[in-house]
Design a protein. Structure first.
Length: 178
């Protein structure tokens, strides 16, 4: 369990010539063991969530395959694996993530497999989800739609966005012959 410290063991001191035969004989040879190879056996650790602090304003889209926590202001779309919108956060744009937790304000569409609005959430926009939880006290204006694959519905790269139905235009009266 405990090993002896090598600080006080006899051996060559700083400045000594290690080529002396008595110095080489005093230190026993230790068998060399190969260094373990962790490159293939150890799984890669999941990186921590990226955090945008409350004094930060981002104008533009954000995209990550990892987790992100927003505390500041984002004017643009956000795509992530797990998105946490902090209480001080303000997002103006579409939010797309596997898991979305809203504690702050979102103005725009929210799409996620799991969407959770906490009691401090303020959402102005539509929510497309597979599962949703809305705590008492959350403010929400918009529509809620359940979908088996909410991440692909209405995406810019995916299918076409549903268009509202148009009223048929009246047919022009045929011209009378002269």
């Amino acid at each position: 369990m405990f090993s002896k410290s090598r600080i006080n063991e006899p051996g060559p001191k700083q400045g000594e010539d290690v080529t002396k035969p008595e110095a080489a004989a005093a230190k026993p040879a230790l068998p060399k063991t190969p260094a373990p190879d962790f490159s293939q056996s150890a799984p890669k650790a999941k990186p921590p969530a990226s955090v945008l602090s409350s004094d930060l304003t981002v104008v533009g889209n954000l995209k990550t395959s990892g987790d992100i926590q927003i505390e500041g202001t984002v004017e643009g779309d956000i795509r992530a694996h797990l998105l946490t919108v902090g209480e001080t956060a303000m997002i103006k744009g579409e939010v797309i993530a596997d898991d979305v937790v809203v504690n702050g304000r979102v103005v725009g569409r929210v799409r996620g497999l799991k969407v959770r609005l906490t009691s401090t959430a303020r959402v102005e926009g539509d929510i497309i989800h597979k599962t949703i939880a809305i705590e008492s006290g959350a403010h929400f204006e918009g529509s809620v739609q359940r979908a088996d694959d909410p991440l692909s519905i209405g995406s810019k790269a995916g299918g076409a966005k549903p268009q509202p139905a148009k009223a048929p235009e009246p047919a022009a009266a045929p011209a009378k012959p002269a």
